[in-house]
Design a protein around this ligand. Structure first.
Ligand code: SF4
Ligand code: SF4
Ligand code: SF4
Length: 246
């Protein structure tokens, strides 16, 4: 190898280490989240991501009025958009309140006030992304403790609401039964326009998604698979995902 090439490599190696040292020494923490920021599930009515980040004043009003504890504020670990509201549907989806109080509470226009009712919400689209994990597809009955993750919201620290208690009741007592949780929890006024259990060609049943889906993430939350079989693709429309699939 020519000397100049070795020197160049050494220079690149040491200057890279130097920069890394400076960054770490300066206390900057690398986070996987900035890259995924555009892909964050935002509350109902959120305008386009770039505009949303510019308009949101990080006041937390949306979060305070949500009766399901669905909204969180991004912390420093999430890097990009610190203090902005988002929904982690693996923990708690949105339950599409009829008057969409989170939007009404937003003073800045980051959540668009033309989103006035559940049917106006368009957060994303649900997708059976991991069919191999779907209990209904493999005819696996619901195991004991299938809805334990939801029980966390009964902790006193959460100041559990009556609406949250009703959610738990709705999903209780299904151990040993066929899983239809995602279809049963869908909170939109006419859920059959969003999701239904249908027979699968290979046996078992599967949730089929229709264009009424608003991407609220309730189905993702209640899916009892160890990692949810059904997930929401933020900001995608039905036609973006399903009509482009062969
Ligand atoms: S619509 Fe209701 S459940 Fe959904 S984020 Fe807004 S306040 Fe929370
Ligand atoms: S199918 Fe899932 S994401 Fe779509 S509206 Fe129903 S619960 Fe929400
Ligand atoms: S909740 Fe829906 S996607 Fe999840 S295992 Fe049950 S049927 Fe399958």
């Amino acid at each position: 190898m020519a000397k100049v090439e070795i020197e160049r490599r050494e220079f690149v190696k040491y200057s890279t280490l130097g920069i890394l040292g400076l960054v770490l020494g300066g206390g900057i923490v690398f986070s996987p989240y900035p890259l995924r920021a555009e892909n964050r599930l935002r509350p109902p009515g959120a305008v386009a991501e770039k505009e949303f980040l510019a308009l949101c004043i990080k006041c937390g009003q949306c979060l305070q009025v949500c009766p399901y504890h669905s909204i969180k504020l991004a912390d420093i670990v999430m890097g990009h958009g610190v203090g902005t509201p988002y929904i982690d549907a693996t923990e708690r989806g949105c339950y599409a309140c009829s008057a969409v109080p989170c939007v009404l509470a937003c003073p800045s226009g980051a959540l668009d006030h033309s989103c006035e009712k559940a049917e106006d919400i368009r957060m994303g689209i649900a997708v059976l992304a991991f069919p191999e994990s779907c209990l209904a597809l493999s005819n696996t009955p619901l195991p004991k403790g299938y809805n334990d993750p939801m029980q966390q919201f009964t902790d006193d620290q959460y100041n559990v609401t009556q609406l949250e208690r009703e959610l738990l009741e709705k999903l209780a007592g299904r151990e040993g039964k066929q899983c239809t949780l995602c279809a049963d929890i869908c909170p939109i006024p006419n859920p059959i326009t969003a999701i239904a259990m249908v027979p699968d060609r290979k046996g078992g049943n599967r949730p089929a998604i229709y264009d009424g889906c608003i991407g609220c993430g309730a189905c993702e939350e209640v899916c009892p698979a160890s990692s949810p079989a059904i997930v929401v693709k933020p900001r995608m429309r039905y036609e973006d995902y399903y009509e482009n699939k062969s």
